[in-house]
Design a protein around this ligand. Sequence first.
Ligand code: SF4
Ligand code: ZN
Length: 708
Amino acid sequence: MSVLTDLIYAGSNAVAGLTEGAVNDAIAKYGEDTRIAFPDTAYFFPTIYAATGVKVTKLGDLPACVGVLKSLISNKEDLGEALNAGLATAVGAEIIEGLKWLNENPYEGEGGIGFVPDPVIRSLGVPLVTGDIPGVAVVLGSAEKPAELAAVVKDYQNKGLLTFLVGDVIDQAAAEGVKMGLDYRVVPLGHDVTAVIHVVTVAIRAALIFGAVPPGDLGQLLDYTKQRVPAFVNTFGPLNEVVVSAGAGAIALGFPVIVDVDLGENQVPGALVSVTDHAETVKTSLELRNIKIKVREIPIPVGFAAAFEGEIIRKADTHVEFWNSKNPTCELVISRDPSQVEDHKLTVVGDDIGPEGGEMALATFVEVCGAKMQADFESVIERKIHSWFNYMDGVMHTGQRNMFRIRVSKDAYAAGLRLKDFAEVLYCEIMDQFASVVDKCQVTMITDPAKVEALLAETAMPRYNARDERLDAMTDDSVDTFYSCILCQSFAPSHCCVVTPERLGLCGAVSWLDAKATKELTPAGPCQPIPKQGLIDARLGAYEEVNKAVNTATHGAIENVTLYSILEDPMTSCGCFECICGIMPEANGVVVVNREYAGMTPTGMTFGELASMTGGGVQTPGFMGHGRHFISSGKFIAAEGGLRRIVWMPKELKDDVAERVNRTAKKLYGIDNFADMICDETIATDSEGVLAFLAEKGHPALDMDAIM
Ligand code: SF4
Ligand code: ZN
């Protein structure tokens, strides 16, 4: 036997033995009927479910799984067979980790997060397809030189990758000052090597959620993870047999493994590679997985990376704050005549950030010009300011327009970050990402309160109001073009969004204006125009041209799509939707649930369970993923009677959309304060409770035609 296959089998057999023992012990202690589940997932034990179709729900289900696991270990001298044994290790790890949830909060105090809930995976959809997160690194083991480990992890972080840590590397990276947490894209999983399964199941659930891979089809599953999940593994420190067999499992899923010990002739080209010089680890890993990084060289004194976007800066760490509730603020992008714009002119009007810090006024005023620039693109660029400012290490930005809050940390100030750098960031990003429409750009940062007020009153507010009026007037009836978006096809191959003025993409990130701008910026890109022609049925929103476009975009997978119905040929869902809408038959209406809500809904299903009913680019009548903003649209399930059908929403979502929902309900149906008639979890989550509340409020759905 080769050393490698030997090691893999030794590891797999060891894990098999451990798993069998753990399962027997657990059954002896708790009994076969004891329920067992990972938290917040609709996919049971995801590896077992995806690979075999078996739904593990109680301890008594596990012995059969151990049998399957053992059957994967052939002990034959053949690399392919040995990789299967690696999958057995994955199954074993899943069971061992799953058993931990017999105890409450097994990961409390562990320094890792353990299992990654479904909603988190869904939220990763868009950044992964846009390349905002270009890849996924799994770093495990124990580094001989922690500083070198930290350098590797920070490099991934700066490049925007999502990194999962397993083992001692967690504490080593933390001690070296690596910022951690999902917001920083460096996620500690757990210290036991079996915790690596928690990143494996992320890849596996991606196949189920976005790829619509049927459970039990191992071939399709492996194909999906290999083709579509850009992950790889780095191990630090000496390898033991369990690590090697786990690595074999990773290779079987299509993820190359880069080790820092010299494996000599035991290397497997493209799959198992030794890199003993840590300065080469990142480069080799990215090349092996063919991950391309867009380099952003922005000359500012702090780091600039998407990985810093979610950074929270606390009051105590804040050097200076620009906040509309204390001082005037304003953010504005406008297009100008070329003669009025001097390219790369960056100006600060008023005091720059000084040593005393504190609270200041701020206007971020961007003027651009370009032959292909359109007034409609101003707001598209303007909304990006939020992300770009957040990408600076030590800067936190929330809000937009005349209401925002920016905090600059003490560290960032000490590093030399000033307002000129803010301007530089905007200049570089606009010229890079909007190159095809912007020819010249100048940025003025104003801190003089009187001048900010003047800009607000004379220029910004009138512009904001004019844009809002234009958006209000922009309806599906008023335009002659819709847009397709197929960005999510890299994960959900047969998915296509149809984006209209009144129906944004289901991720919530692509409005009709965004799609229009995307078409202008990348003519052969993911958004293509659909002429609004060939009306088949106005009530459903069915058009021949829409069907044709979707059919082409999905390579024939989808034939007919309606824009306004949840029951007849509803739009497909990729999996990254902000909200899911499902029918509640007994209330003659629908419930709408947002991704952030973890509790139960009156359908008897959680968000994750509802969401698992659809996705992967398939049509599921009765279920529909959509953006938050769509809820208040006059076109929301218009074919079934519109938003009057909404009987239940989580409170946070209801509060967020109430004002707009009330406006639409009044305008279209003459209903006052409709949001107050919608039940939420603080009132009831059981069917009877919801029905009683609806009856008490005289909810309109109760008197409407039967929904189905
Ligand atoms: Fe994906 Fe649709 Fe959003 Fe495009 S609009 S990114 S296809 S969810
Ligand atoms: Zn998507």
